[in-house]
Design a protein around this ligand. Structure first.
Ligand SMILES: Nc1ncnc2c1ncn2[C@@H]1O[C@H](COP(=O)(O)OP(=O)(O)O)[C@@H](O)[C@H]1O
Ligand SMILES: O=C(O)C1=C[C@@H](OP(=O)(O)O)[C@@H](O)[C@H](O)C1
Ligand SMILES: [Mg+2]
Length: 176
């Protein structure tokens, strides 16, 4: 079993929202790895970061994402930093080699920050000495090459509703 579609990209690009619309349109399940992590840990992502730190979160995330790539069908929406773990990148490469579709949802800093700039549920956006804008820009720049490496397609989400972006993605699927 493997997902029909995997979505990656930075915070606020719309992975969760577009993933839900794409799954509904396809009549399949949506699996959001952030929600799976919260369920497994019995805590919110913000609580995991606060109590155990980012490295501990990345280990749980690696376990959840690698497992989900092999055991779920439907649409899989990753967290923005999931691609950082080498095990996850290897699993995504295997999924693509097997015909899987990985879409990098790209977004401008301006749109992403309008969507999520004040959201306290994203701990990566908040930290000493940097504004959410500075943090988003730095993190997105650090990760861009990795998103490009793991993805088979890039879709920009600045314009259009989540449903409209989902329709553009469905057109990329082999049997669409
Ligand atoms: N194409 C879009 N147009 C307008 N708002 C969007 C779009 N995509 C996502 N959003 C909104 O932006 C916020 C963040 O989207 P989300 O899907 O959680 O992003 P991600 O999972 O990539 O961090 C949500 O409130 C969502 O409804
Ligand atoms: O970019 C990141 O490092 C993170 C993105 C979040 O997911 P979204 O990209 O869905 O916001 C979530 O996994 C966590 O807060 C860390
Ligand atoms: Mg999300």
């Amino acid at each position: 079993m493997r997902p029909t579609l995997v979505l990656c990209g930075p915070m606020g690009s719309g992975k969760s929202a577009v993933g839900r619309r794409a799954a509904t349109a396809l009549g399949v399940a949506i699996h959001d790895t952030d929600a799976m992590i919260e369920e497994r840990a019995g805590r919110t992502i913000a609580e995991i970061f606060a109590a155990d730190g980012e490295p501990a979160f990345r280990e749980i995330e690696r376990d959840v994402v690698v497992e989900a790539l092999g055991t779920t069908a439907g649409v899989l929406a990753l967290g923005g930093g999931a691609v950082l773990h080498p095990d996850t990148r290897r699993a995504l490469a295997g999924y693509r080699a097997d015909g899987g579709v990985v879409v990098f949802l790209d977004v401008s800093a301006r749109q992403a920050l309008l969507r999520i700039g004040t959201d306290q549920r994203r701990p990566m956006l908040h930290g000493d000495g940097e504004s959410p804008r500075q943090r988003w820009n730095r993190i997105a720049a650090e990760r861009r090459a990795v998103y490009e490496e793991v993805a088979s397609h890039v879709v920009t989400t600045d314009r259009g509703t989540p449903a409209a972006v989902a329709r553009r993605i469905l057109a990329l699927l082999p049997d669409a």
